[in-house]
Structures are given as C-alpha cells and as structure tokens.
Design a protein. Sequence first.
Length: 415
Amino acid sequence: MPVRKQSWPPWPPWRGAAEVPRADPMSAMGQAPENRRQAVVKLLWIGMWMLYLGSPISDLADGHHGPAALFLGWTGLTVFVLAYFALVFLRTNQPDQPRWVHGTLIMLGVLAVGLPLSLGDSWLVLFVYTAIACGAVLQPDRSRWAIAVVTALLFGTGALVHAGSELLVPLGIPCFLGGFAMVGIRQLVSTMRALREARETIAHLAANEERLRLARDLHDLLGHSLSLITLKSELAGRMLPDRPDDAAVQVADIERVSRQALVDVREAVGGYRRPTLAVELAGASAALRAAGIEADFDPVQWTGHDRLAPDDEAALAWALREAVTNVVRHSDATRCRLALAEDGDEFGLTVSDDGRGPDPGHRPGHGLTGLDERLLLAGGRLSASSGAGGGFTLCAWVPLRLSGYAAPHDQGAAR
C-alpha cells in the first residue's frame, strides 16, 4: 500500500491552497501570515521583543505587592500581551480594519495608562508596545497622530508616577521612533506588494503582447503563402494535360514557397522575423503575377530606405504583404499599383487596385485589424477607402525617425 506524504493544510484554515501566494520573508513579516511557516516565523519574531516586558514581570515577582495588586498586574499584563499579539499577528498592514481593532487599541492605551498608575513606573514600557501596535495596524495618516498621542501619554503618566528623566527618555525615544518605524515598514510592505502586483501585471501584458504578435505574424505569413500556393496549384492543375513542363515549374514554385513559409513560421515563433520592403516587394510581385494581376510600381521608389527605422520598415513590409494578399484573394482586379511616398515627417505605403472593392457594410477582418494594431505600435496609422467606380486603396504611414535618406518625392513617377 503506497504511503502518502503528510502535508500541512494551509494556514489560516479558511484559506484555500490555491490562494496562498509565495511571498518574500520581508513582506511576510509586515502582513498577516498566510501559511504555517509564516505563522511560526512571525510568532518567533514577535515573541523575541516580549523580552522587554521583563521590567513589569520583575516588579510582580519581587513580592512587594499585595494579592489584589498581583491579581490586577498579572491579569492586566496577560490581557495586554494577548491583545497586542492579536493586533500585530493578525491585522498588520491590512487596508481595512474592523471595529474591534480600534477597540483593542483603545484598551491597550487604557492598560498602558492604568497599570503604571496602579503599580508604578516599571509598567511604563507598555506605552512602547502600544505605539508599535498603532503603527502596525492603523493607516499612516491616523497612526502618526496616534503615536504622538501615545508618546505624550507616556510622558504625562511618567510625571504622575514621578518617573525620572533617566527612565522617561530611554522609553520615549523607542516609543516615538519604534511607532514610526512600524509606519515605515508598513509603507515598505505596501510598496513591495504593489511592485509584485505590477510585475505580475507586466508579465501578463507581455505574454498577451507576445501572443498577439505571434497571431499577427502567423496570419500575415500563412495568409500570403497559402494564397500563393493555392494559385500556383490551380495553374499547375490547368497546365497538366497539355503543358507538363510548365506545370512542373509551378510545382517547383509551390515547393519553394512552402519551404520559405516554413522558415518564416519558425522565425516568427522565435521572434526573429523582421521583413523588409525589398523582400516583400519581390514576393508581392510574384503573387500578383501568379494571380494574373499586373503589378504597377516604380523600382526607383523601392530602393534605399535608410531614413526608416527597422521596426517601421517592418511595419510597412507587413502592410504590403497583407494588402497584396487581400488583392489576390478578394479583389478580382487586373491591375495593382504599389507606391511609396514621404509626407512631412511621415513615410507611407499605398496599395490600390481596380477590382470590385469590398461589399457594402463589410467589416475589416483579422488581417486589417492586426495590421492596424501593428502600425499603432510603431506610432503609425492605417487608412482604407473604396473608389466610386470600384477598387480599394490601403495607405499605411509610419513616422520618419532616422536621418540620411533622401526619399523620392515624385509619387507620380510610378507607372
């Protein structure tokens, strides 16, 4: 019979195991424990500072108090310690505190005043714990006032029991500074928690961004390549009966396009894919020719893009691929015009065809939506319009960031 490994349940018992976050020791010390290990560590940490209660304990053990004073002292000290543990152990650094927390703080203050007045100046150390409890559980704007009030009560009570400066000063300093130290720790823990949440949010956003990038790249890559493969397969099928040599050329092109598509997909998955305008122009020309569409462009315009940042050129290259893919698949066009132009501080790509254009009420598909997102990330913009007599025009613009490029201004030089 297999032996099951014993595992401790999550602590506190009302928390599920999936809700217990992994926190660093520093932040765990400044908030309520969330598992058994944190509970033990925090108990040891709080218990270590209980050593400073040796003064009231020694006062009770000296034997100079009567039975009533001993009962009052031990009962009051026990209630004070239990209340202090309940506050610092369970309610540290909580954004919203219930009413019992404020009532417990008031009780600590009453005990810190009443026990020294009843039993002597050895009990003034309770004010230090009261100030620390205020700093641990109250919001910073309230805890500052509470710590100042507790410190003032310390000196006032000390004056009533005729405590000397040699006792009040050593207690007043840790009372005031210890309380504000807890306020600082509380704010530090809150900052660490906010940073951890921000880091998780950034990681989540980065994962979503990578997922969107991969979806856009795969759509643009496979849409173009599969459209070209489909066209060449149809051509090869029509050529097979009478022109087997030409069909073999088309089949060879299909193999080449398929291999390139596989390489592109691998590069896109690896994040290394960055297309260029020159490469995409060659692919666009081949796709248009295979579909029987005349490609109209000026080769001079498509050379030397040193003024474009690599990411901006890649965004325009993706735009060219998506636009030509849509022309091949949906336009029924006979001619497609490709042009580049510079307008002020922007550089643009225009792809227009003489096809039938989109149907009325047609909504942009995933390709244009992803292309719009890609251009927005590059600081650019996308516009699309239909002609009165048919056809479709897509314009993609990106900002000019680099210098050293004399862009062709004569857009009318395109054929």
